[in-house]
Design a protein around this ligand. Sequence first.
Ligand code: PMP
Length: 400
Amino acid sequence: RFEGIAMAPPDPILGVSEAFKADTNDMKLNLGVGAYRTEELQPYVLNVVKKVEKLMLERGEYKEYLPIEGLAAFNKVTAELLFGADNGVIKQGRVATVQGLSGTGSLRVAAAFIERYFPTAKVLISSPTWGNHKNIFNDARVPWSEYRYYDPKTVGLDFDGMISDIKAAPDGSFILLHGCAHNPTGIDPTPEQWEKIADVIQEKNHIPFFDVAYQGFASGSLDEDASSVRLFAARGLELLVAQSYSKNLGLYAERIGAINVVCSSSDAAARVKSQLKRIARPMYSNPPVHGARIVANVVGDPALFNEWKEEMEIMAGRIKNVRQKLFDSLSAKDKSGKDWSFILKQIGMFSFTGLNKAQSENMSNKWHVYMTKDGRISLAGLSLAKCDYLADGIIDSFYN
Ligand code: PMP
């Protein structure tokens, strides 16, 4: 009976890692998945995480089930980290926070919530966006369409296109926005542009839905990276925010994140939370405890919190240095006079190189550089030492 099952295509992001593993060339480089590596290209566990894990072990913490909504101490600190502890939405108890299976699981619960309570609503996602967004809404049976975001001519934001597509969407649509460090383009709206986006969303009675997977990783400052979300919250809007600690605390495999729903009253927040729990229960029953305790301990302790911020600045700083070096290498090697400065304007872990599918394939086939086919490279997986080699590959792929 399983004979009729067809082979599924490889995942466009995680499939890149599989192809990388199979390559035996010494020069190979994995710039596909957005995971931070050291200058030696080794995975990195934050010192503050190791410290907290030791503490947890010493305390002999139990492994009993968490409640459906997750660890209370985690839910408290995660909402505070996002909105700021003294934000009105927190003080007035208007945020329904439920621990999720990292960013993806939190998005998935939110998608199920939209499907159940807003069956006629549509979600608007940016073109392009993180590839899994489409899978998530498809599987949750939530209709979606795209709004213009990236302008290939300027390798920048198509702001007018974005605004007019958000305006043209049916009233009361959910507008998916990347809180900071847009994936895959690395292009974020300016603070003035965020205000205008909020104006249109408000005018159209849309519901903003933020995906915050890189808080602290874009600018190096947790507060600055949350400013888009806070701007919308300050306008008194209802909104959704999915959070992830995969990147900023390096907790990829712990699957720790949250879904936050800002409501217009604490009563509504309590009701929304009860429904989110109702969705989570038959999906996975309750979330894992280990990552939640790590976050609760790090964010909840002023000294550890400062250590985290210092380490995050180091990670964000290394990515910025690599970004600069790649720009320098490309500019020095490219004799055509092409302006590569768009690389410096992009923010976060990724750079959108402008390489098309065939050129990206040339990067893997000829240069052993693995990247997604949309031309995105993860700078977090690049070292200063490899920038020259990568620049050679990019120039060869562009012009040949
Ligand atoms: N949203 C975006 C935009 C992302 O880039 C990612 C990670 N690549 C996620 C969500 C979710 O990642 P995770 O499930 O590991 O938290």
